[in-house]
Design a protein around this ligand. Sequence first.
Ligand code: NAD
Length: 530
Amino acid sequence: MTLWTDRVRPEITGALTGEVSLADDAVDARDVITVEAPFTGEEIGTVPAATEADVTAAAERARAAQAEWASRPLEQRADVLSRFHDLVLDRREELLDLVVIESGKVRRDAFEEILDVATNARYYGSRADEFLTTRRRHGAIPLLTRTEEHRHPRGVVGMISPWNYPLTLAVSDALPALVAGNAVVLKPAEETPFTALHVAQLLEAAGLPEDVFSVVTGRGSEVGPALIDRVDYVAFTGSTETGREVARRAGENLVDCSLELGGKNPMVVLADADLDRAVQGAVHGAFTNAGQLCISFERLYVEEPLHDRFLRRFAERTRELGLEAALDYGVEVGSLASSDQLEKVEAHLADAVEKGATVVTGGEARPDVGPYFFEPTVLTDVTPEMDLAREETFGPIVAVHRVADAEEAVERANDSAYGLNASVWTDDAERGRELAAGIDCGTVGVNDPYPAAWASVDAPMGGMGDSGLGRRHGREGILKYTQSQTVAEQRGPPIAPPDVPGVPRDVATRLYARTTTGLLRALKRLAEVR
Ligand code: NAD
């Protein structure tokens, strides 16, 4: 089923005891990638670093498997999603162990991944027919033209994912691709391959045929381009910098792609907001997964009358957050994912402090808890020349800004190259929704940090500006994995000047032009009446 199943056998049950190891024969002399547990820095195991030849083999096997999969009735494909949904819930705890160990996030944050995967499996499993069934369309000439829109799978989808949500980003976007009749070859992040490998096993257990979903582990710079060159569509999630490279390569190949990229997400708190709820929302929105969430907040704009009280309560609540390297549900904040992440967070903070930012709370690495732990940090006095004012930190650092009014808040929220997620907090929900519509982000929560928009899978989700191209979820989230085909049958006279025996061609054509002009006028009147 996966290219590497025979080589790499993570002892998944070992995850239950906090250990994930490889069988002795797992890796031969080939180049390998070592995966570590961020909680402790210990090695979890190794996976092969695939070569271009490995990617070719995976893509060929996927292509061979795809045709049969696509020929199955949609109902059968949807049944696989339904069984996968149940399996993910049944095997929840073991999946959570694996995600926690591999990513260093805490269990309560990892649970959001279970929620996401189950929601997408249910949604696309039960609604795919609505999006994929062949539809009648208005024909060119009423009654005379019968037109249908078909939706065909693209073929093989290449999926490239980051490490921060190893379960969600391995499979939630793959589910609509699969139910639409595609095969998927996934390249997970180097840091989190084991969750992806386990997902492949669960999909197989849910009835997905061999090679319809496969995992190629390896380095991004090698496996990524090789994969893009061998697939019919690319679904990329990761940084904006890599996203640009992916888009360039996909463009060269004339292959379409979706890009879910970074963010510098703002939260706007108006003076009439419920203080407790807003503080709770800020903590959730800024420190989930230690801030390593593409839609988490790094900029807070608080209206003047509430600013001081908000800052005090937010700092207090942030200070109370417990950091711990443990598998239990009770832990509030986990580790950063790697030494690279820690370095970036420390560099952003040092730059900000040097340029005059004030650390209200936090600001320290916590090697006493684990090698990459960093305290949730609240800053004020952040100014535009600081790196963290504009660049994505992707860590537990949030800047609080005082603004005069809602208009200034929205203006400053929009002063960013990114446009992924935002939120507005106010007692006046209608005003909140109005302001939200004026923020240039793909999702905006009103009195909610991100889960409401993110879990509303019937609605599209994605980024504006440097935050990406294309959308996941809803109709757009599945139709991107299809190619439309229009089949039009002309039943009456052709839509062309007629050849009438004995009538000169110019006369027939003039008559045709006159009749067709009348028809176009009638069609416009009909459209206006409708
Ligand atoms: P990254 O761009 O470094 O890596 C993402 C993936 O791309 C990895 O699998 C990597 O191996 C691969 N890759 C690296 N070089 C490549 C290349 N030249 N061609 C093709 N693939 C290549 O990102 P990251 O550091 O793993 O993840 C963090 C970033 O992801 C943040 O910017 C975050 O905001 C973003 N992200 C966005 C979303 C979203 O939905 N918008 C979700 C999660 C994370």
